[in-house]
Design a protein around this ligand. Sequence first.
Ligand code: 5GP
Ligand code: MG
Length: 187
Amino acid sequence: MPSPHGPPELKHLDHVLVTALAIKRRIAGLGDQLNAEYASKDMMVVAIVNGALIFTADLLRSLRSPLRLDCLRASSYHAGTKATGEPRIVDQMKLDVRGQHVLLVDDILDTGKTLAAVACLIKTKGAASVKTCVLLDKKARRMVPFEADYVGFEIPNEFVVGYGLDFNERYRNLPCIGVLKPKYYAG
Ligand code: 5GP
Ligand code: MG
């Protein structure tokens, strides 16, 4: 039975930060930059799932290179909105990165720990180059010195959901980026 208080799945959201149209336009721009960068390189995209799933799927379709794709799973958020401890790589890649020009794709650059750790891992596995592309960048939260090579949007220090990003595993399917109501930040 429908809830009398509106769709229950949207009750945690405060407002929209980035619209679906803005994301679509920005991805076209990132695609142009990446097509120039990787025009003559053997390209491999490595997506950090689940968060990067939707961004990667849309970004890939703006790329012309006959690239290879692999995914890995890293985990530092166990529940709620607080990162706990160091990132763990909980599911390894299947493809060999040796000699490949790897583009690492993630949903959001926050403390920087995840991408710093994964980039380091891929370099030690023998990639020819490692660059990073994130949809969102929360610069104010950085704890390790790490900058992405390609950034969709710089955003303020708010907990965001949608377009792959979750709150307790929900909201990944939102087509836009929304801000969680501050009362849920404490997680
Ligand atoms: P970092 O290692 O840079 O602190 O964390 C990166 C990961 O933390 C992201 O891939 C994402 O899974 C999660 N994360 C960081 N900030 C947010 C946020 O505002 N919303 C959501 N849903 N996840 C976030
Ligand atoms: Mg993530």
